[in-house]
Design a protein around this ligand. Structure first.
Ligand SMILES: Cc1cc2nc3c(=O)[nH]c(=O)nc-3n(C[C@H](O)[C@H](O)[C@H](O)COP(=O)(O)OP(=O)(O)OC[C@H]3O[C@@H](n4cnc5c(N)ncnc54)[C@H](O)[C@@H]3O)c2cc1C
Ligand SMILES: NC(=O)c1ccc[n+]([C@@H]2O[C@H](COP(=O)([O-])OP(=O)(O)OC[C@H]3O[C@@H](n4cnc5c(N)ncnc54)[C@H](OP(=O)(O)O)[C@@H]3O)[C@@H](O)[C@H]2O)c1
Length: 458
C-alpha cells in the first residue's frame, strides 16, 4: 500500500510541542494524505514557550494556544508528553520506526557573554528567570536574590523587555496573571529600585517591539528614563530611522524620547535604558557587586552597524544581573547539530548530515532549532509549512513499513517511561484553571512533574 493511504498512513514523529511542532502537525493534517502524527514533548505540558516563555502579563499573546487545542482534537494527532527524545527514546529508534521525524525542539539554552565573572552568584540568565516566573518545572527550585536595590539587564530585545517589566511591576499588577505563585511571593519582597537595561549598540538598533517598549510608560510603580544625551544619534543611525525598513526603530526612538522627557513623579522604581556599553567584567567578592562596561562606538553601513570598544570604561554597582542576549539550541544525541549556530543543519527544513552536508532522508526540522532563536510565534507557521512541503515532496523516498506509534509505546514501556496523552494533559489543564480561580488568576500552573503526573493519572 502506498504511504499516506488508509491502511498505510504517513507516520510522522514531531519532537517538541511548541508553536513549530503544532504548526507542522497542522500542515500535515491539511495535506491530502492520511497521516498519523505523534507529537512528542519532554514536559508533561504542551505549547513550548507559549506556556513557559510568553510573559504572564501578556495573556493575549497566549491565544495561539486556542489554535493548538483545535489541532490536538484532530483524530490524526496524538500527544505523547513527558518523553525526552535522546533519553527516553533514541533519535535512531524514531528514525527506524517512523516514515519521517520532524525536530521542533526549540532553542532551550542561553548564549554566553564570555566575560570574566559571568557565573558569579547574583548573575543569572533570562532563560532561568523566565522559566522560574512561568512555572517551568526545570526552574522551579531556582531562587533569585531580589534583596538588592540595583538590577542590570544585559540586552535590548523583547525578552529583556519582559524581564525588566516583570522586575518593574508591582505585585498588584501581576497578581491576576498566570505568573507562578512562588515567583509572585518572591517578587513581593523585592527591594529593587533601579533597573538598567543595557544595549551594546544605540537606541536606533534596540530590538524591542515598539508596542512592548511603550508599555513601560504605563507601569504603575516605575518610571522609564533615559539620559537625553544618550539619544544623540550618528548620521548612519539617522539614515536608518529615515529609511522604510527603519520604521519600527524610528518608533522606538520616539518612545525613548518620551522616556527622556518623563517626569520624576516619585514612583518607587526607575527603569533606565542605556546604550553603547558592553560588559567586559563582572566583579565581586564571592557574589556580584559591580559590572565594568566598555563604551562602544558604531561603524558600518545602515542596518549593518556593529559596535567597537573605545577603550573607555565605566562601572555600575549592582547586586543582581540578568543576561538576555539570545538563545541557543541543545543538541540531541544522534541528531546532526551545527555548534556554531546552535541549530540543526538543514536545507529549507530537510536535515543534512552536517552544515553544508548531504540531506538525510526522513529527517526534518522547523522553528527555532531550524533557523535560530528569532521570530515571534506566528513566524513559526510559515517555517513549519516550508518544512512540511519538503517532507511531502519526499514521501516516495521513505521506507514503506513503519510501525510508528505502536513501536514507540513498546520502547517507552520497556524503558518504564510514564508518558501522558492529550486527554491526560487536559486533566492537568482543568486542574490548573480550577486552582487559579479562587485567586482571580487564569490558572495556577503546576510546577512539579510529579504533581502533574499524579493529576494526569487521576
Ligand atoms: C522569554 C520569551 C518570551 C517570548 N514571548 C513571545 C511573545 O510574547 N509573543 C511572540 O509572538 N513570541 C514570543 N516569543 C517567541 C516565541 O516563543 C518563539 O518564536 C516560539 O516559541 C518558537 O517555537 P518553537 O516551537 O521553535 O520552540 P519552543 O516554543 O521552545 O518549543 C520547543 C519544545 O520542544 C520541547 N523539547 C525540547 N527538547 C526536547 C526533546 N529532546 N524531546 C522532546 N521535547 C523536547 C520543549 O520542551 C518545548 O516544549 C518569546 C520567546 C521567549 C524566549
Ligand atoms: N512580545 C513579543 O513579541 C516577544 C517577547 C519575547 C521574545 N520575542 C521574540 O523572541 C526572539 C528572541 O528574543 P531575544 O530578546 O532573546 O533576542 P533578540 O531580539 O535577538 O535580542 C538580543 C539582544 O541581546 C543583545 N546581545 C547579543 N549578544 C550580546 C553580547 N555579547 N553582549 C551584549 N549584548 C548582546 C543584542 O544586541 P545586538 O542587536 O547588538 O545583537 C540584542 O539587544 C525575538 O525574535 C523576539 O522578538 C517576542
Amino acid at each position: 500500500m502506498s504511504i499516506g493511504s488508509e491502511s498505510n498512513p504517513l507516520r510522522v514523529a514531531i519532537v517538541g510541542s511548541g508553536p513549530s511542532g503544532f504548526y507542522a502537525a497542522e500542515s500535515l493534517i491539511k495535506s491530502d494524505l492520511k497521516v498519523e502524527i505523534d507529537l512528542i514533548e519532554r514536559l508533561p505540558a504542551p505549547f513550548g514557550l507559549v506556556r513557559s516563555g510568553v510573559a504572564p502579563d501578556h495573556p493575549k499573546l497566549k491565544q495561539a494556544i486556542e489554535v493548538y487545542k483545535k489541532i490536538a482534537q484532530n483524530p490524526e494527532f496524538n500527544f505523547v508528553g513527558n518523553v525526552t527524545v535522546g533519553k527516553d527514546v533514541k533519535a535512531k529508534e524514531l528514525q527506524e520506526n517512523y516514515h519521517a521525524v520532524i525536530y521542533t525542539c526549540g532553542a532551550e539554552t542561553d548564549r554566553k557573554l564570555g566575560v570574566p565573572g559571568e557565573d558569579l552568584q547574583g548573575s543569572y540568565t533570562a532563560t532561568e528567570f523566565v522559566g522560574w516566573y512561568n512555572g517551568h518545572p526545570d526552574y522551579r527550585d531556582r531562587s533569585f536574590d531580589l534583596s538588592h536595590e540595583t538590577a542590570i539587564v544585559i540586552g535590548q530585545g523583547n525578552v529583556a523587555a519582559d524581564v525588566s517589566r516583570i522586575l518593574a511591576k508591582s505585585v498588584d499588577e501581576l497578581k491576576h496573571t498566570d505568573i507562578s505563585q512562588h515567583a509572585l511571593d518572591a517578587l513581593a519582597e523585592s527591594k529593587i529600585k533601579t533597573i538598567y537595561v543595557v544595549g551594546r549598540r544605540g537606541p536606533a538598533q534596540a530590538k524591542f517591539a515598539s508596542k512592548e517598549l511603550k508599555e513601560f510608560l504605563e507601569i504603575e510603580n516605575c518610571r522609564p528614563y533615559i539620559d537625553p544625551k544618550e539619544l544623540q544619534l550618528n548620521d548612519v543611525s539617522q539614515q536608518e530611522l529615515d529609511a522604510k525598513e527603519g520604521r519600527g526603530n524610528k518608533k522606538n526612538v520616539e518612545i525613548f524620547q518620551k522616556f527622556a522627557e518623563s517626569e520624576d513623579s516619585g514612583k518607587p522604581r526607575t527603569c533606565i535604558s542605556t546604550f553603547l556599553k558592553s560588559p567586559i567584567r563582572l566583579e565581586g567578592d564571592g557574589r556580584l557587586e559591580k559590572v565594568v562596561f566598555e563604551i562602544n562606538t558604531l561603524s558600518g553601513e545602515p542596518f549593518k552597524q556593529s559596535c567597537k570598544g573605545t577603550g573607555e570604561t565605566m562601572e555600575i554597582d549592582c547586586g543582581i544581573l540578568f543576561r538576555s542576549i539570545g538563545y541557543n539550541g541543545v543538541p540531541i544525541d544522534g541528531v546532526p547539530f551545527y555548534d556554531r549556530w546552535g541549530t540543526i543543519p538543514n536545507e529549507d527544513g530537510r536535515i543534512t548530515s552536517e552544515h553544508g552536508g548531504d540531506v538525510v532522508t526522513g529527517l526534518y526540522t522547523a522553528g527555532w532549532i531550524k533557523r535560530g532563536p528569532s521570530g515571534i510565534i506566528g513566524t513559526n507557521r510559515a517555517c513549519a509549512v516550508e518544512t512540511v512541503e519538503m517532507l511531502l515532496e519526499d514521501v516516495g523516498k521513505f521506507g514503506r513499513d513503519k510501525a510508528g506509534r505502536e513501536a514507540l509505546y513498546k520502547i517507552l514501556d520497556a524503558n518504564n517511561v510514564k508518558y501522558i496523552n492529550y486527554p491526560q494533559w487536559e486533566k492537568i489543564d482543568a486542574a490548573e484553571v480550577a486552582a487559579g480561580e479562587p485567586k482571580g488568576k487564569p490558572r495556577e500552573k503546576f510546577t512539579r512533574r510529579d504533581e502533574m503526573l499524579a493529576i494526569a493519572n487521576g
